[in-house]
Design a protein around this ligand. Structure first.
Ligand code: C5P
Length: 410
């Protein structure tokens, strides 16, 4: 990985680790980058701008009121190929997560469209505070690369998590972020949009202990929700049981059965611009629920009578709706023909057809391959890839189906 020919914006926050940011500037330059340094007022109390000016050969900026006629923060943001904030203090992380723009560094942050790395550095108590953890989770959800912190000696003789990563590790993190491009062009493309994703496999109870379930892990749906957040959407995730942590920045609505999923989905779908149904919804539920555990001594279960569940997606497709509807089809054969049939039968705009008869795709694995068909005749084959990249492809297709985004602020 290299930084050759790239332009790095280095934002220095007001923590004792600011002295290590000088070494970071040197490392970035050694790796082939040009470096523009901006500093918070507090940072200048730890290290003088002259140090950075000497190292980078460029003027260091500290205030929004410098160079006003050339709109400094916008110009610096546009010039950057990648940005790194080191040290990222508790205060800086909070400002970034809250969208505050009350000085040059935070104003600049809100104007960035390039990949971003933050290198948290603070005392352990501040790092572990729920506010800081929530802020970091939020930034991660937007595609920001959070590098560290590491564990080790902190200011004042303390030891613990909160130590800024070493400059050479940060140079590598910046190069990785640049190569990865996350936080880049697609970021924010769904700003102002509301999306609803369903995920997981429903459970249909037989008695308080037993249920009819399926092999869905929820990984595809969770990846879709996380990618929608990264693209700036407001995301509701109606989730049947999974073993996954909730994706940061997503409003999760937990459900268990198909009927509960339907009750959660219908009102949310009314408000959504896009509905992506990635859940594996049971087609049948036990007709009657026994509220006592069925005892095997008493003759056991015998047979379970089943009743058909409503098809939530087909119901949405058949009723008046404004949302783009995306469905999934898990097939073991005849994939294209059945997928196309499902697209029309359920009134979908896009269907993602997965093969579930291959070990590296479909249920419970991290990879997937798919065929995407649109109502307008579009056809796109996606070879084996990760579920997060698959999510990016699905959102690319959805974006193409959406009308131009509403103008913000007019
Ligand atoms: O018909 P099939 O179950 O194969 O359709 C799969 C698609 O329909 C998925 O997108 C799934 O989330 C959705 N579905 C649904 N309600 C059901 C069954 C499936 O919304 N009862």
């Amino acid at each position: 990985m290299t930084l050759q020919g790239s332009h790095v914006l280095l934002g220095v926050g007001g923590g004792i680790a600011a002295y290590k940011a000088a070494e970071l500037a040197r490392g970035l330059i050694k790796a082939g980058a040009t470096v523009q340094v901006v500093m918070t007022a507090a940072a200048t109390a730890f290290v003088g701008p002259a140090t950075f000016e000497g190292l980078t050969g460029r003027p260091v900026h500290t205030g929004v009121f410098e160079d006003v006629h050339r709109v400094l923060h916008i110009r610096l943001a546009r010039e950057a190929d990648v940005a790194v904030f080191a040290p990222a203090t508790t205060n800086l992380l909070a400002k970034f997560a809250g969208g505050l723009a009350d000085d040059l560094v935070s104003s600049l942050y809100t104007a960035l469209t390039c990949p971003i790395v933050v290198a948290p550095a603070m005392h352990t108590e501040m790092w572990l505070h729920p506010a800081t953890q929530a802020n970091v989770a939020r930034l991660r959800g937007w595609g920001v690369h959070v590098a560290g912190p590491g564990e080790g000696p902190l200011a004042g003789g303390d030891v613990g998590p909160g130590r800024m990563l070493e400059p050479e590790d940060l140079v590598a993190a910046v190069a990785a972020a640049l190569a990865d491009g996350a936080g880049g062009p697609a970021a924010g493309a769904l700003a102002g949009r509301r999306v609803l994703v369903t995920a997981g496999g429903t459970r249909e109870p037989i008695d308080p202990v037993r249920f009819i379930g399926n092999r869905s892990s929820g990984k595809m749906g969770y990846a879709l929700a996380a990618e929608a957040v990264r693209r700036g959407a407001t995301v509701d995730l109606v989730s049947a049981p999974t073993a996954l942590p909730p994706p940061p920045g997503v409003e999760v609505h937990d459900v268990e059965t198909a009927m509960q999923m339907r009750a959660a989905v219908l009102p949310l779908a009314d408000k959504a611009d896009v509905v992506v149904a990635a859940a594996a919804v049971a087609d049948f539920r036990p007709t009657s629920y026994r509220d006592q555990k069925i005892k095997k001594e008493a003759g056991g279960l015998g047979s379970v009578e089943l009743t058909q569940n409503p098809d939530i997606l087909a119901e949405l497709g058949a009723s008046p709706h404004r949302a783009i509807l995306v469905g999934f089809a898990a097939e073991t054969d005849l994939e294209e023909e059945r997928g196309r049939d499902k697209l029309h039968r359920k009134g979908l705009d896009l269907v993602v057809i997965n093969r579930v008869d291959m070990a590296d795709a479909g249920f419970n694995v991290d990879t997937n391959r798919a065929l995407l068909l649109t109502r307008t005749g579009g056809r796109r084959e996606v070879p084996l890839t990760t579920k997060s990249e698959m999510a990016a492809v699905v959102w690319d297709e959805v974006e193409a189906l959406l009308a131009p985004a509403p103008e913000v602020g007019t």
